[in-house]
Design a binder for this molecule. Structure first.
Ligand SMILES: C[S@@+](CC[C@H](N)C(=O)[O-])C[C@H]1O[C@@H](n2cnc3c(N)ncnc32)[C@H](O)[C@@H]1O
Length: 312
């Protein structure tokens, strides 16, 4: 296998064929919130026969983990800068992960921030849908309230049951930090008990073609007269926040944000001149899942570029 490297998940067909990515078929394991990669390195070298994937939202952590995995010559890990829940939903096939790990997720202790916690009942259901029947989830936490909350949420999901006993949590940055502060460490093992249907948890993917417009005015005029735009609909909002012109003037870029049931995507829509026509579509390599909200946003940008009804 080639050395550990950072994946650009959006360039792969969905769901990802992990055997192809790793160059071999092997039990698939997943660590969410891997921080600087201590556990990834530990697990991968202890179990060279598994394929291990790490997901983490912090770019700096991804860089640190990547450097470490390369330095140690570890070849059975792939990592991605990616949010855990949406990535599980769109990029992993049903029953594909045999075991997952979450070590010291952010506790969000304030009551008003609780819905930012990763391990809520929806997440347990989503993870169960992507876990092999009878597969396991290993968790470590430093905060008793979070431990109790996870146990409650797992029960609420009906998809994972708590097994008796914990597991020996290896040293990680946060494990060492909490121990040095004299805190207790709680480790839990859950086992999948039910295979739930989670198809409605995130917006469905839809097909979208680029929009071709007849536009005679200059894109520089479109950009200079731009005013931020917003649309709201039940369960969703979109914002078109800024417009820029490329240096040679042949492309306008619109900075957009779409939120559908709390699933947020930020991206640029491109309007590119080709003769008398302008092609409107998400910017190439935008890391996007095409959802109904994204389609709606591209259509709104098209109306900004060509405001006449005939334009669309
Ligand atoms: C307290 S640190 C724990 C890091 C590591 N597991 C350890 O034990 O040292 C929590 C990490 O979770 C990451 N994180 C928070 N929410 C996330 C999410 N939804 N998806 C992926 N990573 C997330 C943060 O960037 C941070 O690195």
């Amino acid at each position: 296998m080639s050395p550990a490297f950072v994946l650009d998940l959006f360039q792969a067909p969905r769901p990802v064929n992990w055997a192809e990515v790793f160059g071999r078929t092997a039990p698939l394991e997943l660590e969410r919130v891997f921080g600087r990669g201590d556990f990834l390195a530990h697990r991968a070298s202890e179990q060279p026969e598994i394929n291990l994937i790490g997901l983490e939202v912090s770019s700096l952590s991804v860089l640190k983990a990547w450097k470490r995995l390369r330095r140690e010559g570890i070849s059975n890990v792939r990592i991605a800068k990616a949010e855990a829940a949406s990535t599980l939903f769109y990029f992993f096939a049903e029953r594909s992960i045999s075991r997952s790990w979450v070590l010291f997720p952010e506790p969000w202790p304030k009551a008003r921030h609780q819905d930012r916690r990763l391990l809520g009942s929806d997440f347990f259901r989503l993870l169960a849908a992507r876990t092999t029947d009878g597969g396991e989830l290993f968790v470590a936490a430093d905060w008793p309230d979070y431990r109790d909350w996870m146990i409650y949420e797992a029960g609420l999901s009906g998809a994972f049951a708590l097994e008796s006993g914990g597991w020996p949590v290896p040293a990680t940055k946060y494990h060492e930090k909490w121990r040095a502060e004299g805190r207790s460490i709680y480790s839990l093992v859950f086992r999948k008990t039910e295979h739930p249907d989670v198809s409605g948890l995130f917006p469905a993917e839809v097909h979208m073609s680029q929009i071709k417009l007849e536009v005679f005015r200059e894109l520089s005029d479109v950009v200079s007269s731009f005013v931020p735009a917003a649309e709201d609909w039940p369960g969703g909002v979109l914002r078109i926040k800024k417009a820029y012109l490329s240096w040679e003037g042949a492309e306008a870029l619109f900075l957009c944000l779409v939120s559908e049931e709390g699933f947020i995507q930020k991206f640029h829509v491109s309007a590119k001149r080709v003769g008398n026509t302008v092609l409107v579509k998400p910017q190439d390599h935008a890391h996007l899942v095409i959802t109904p909200g994204i389609k709606r946003c591209v259509e709104s940008v098209a109306r900004i570029v060509a405001p006449t009804p005939e334009g669309l």
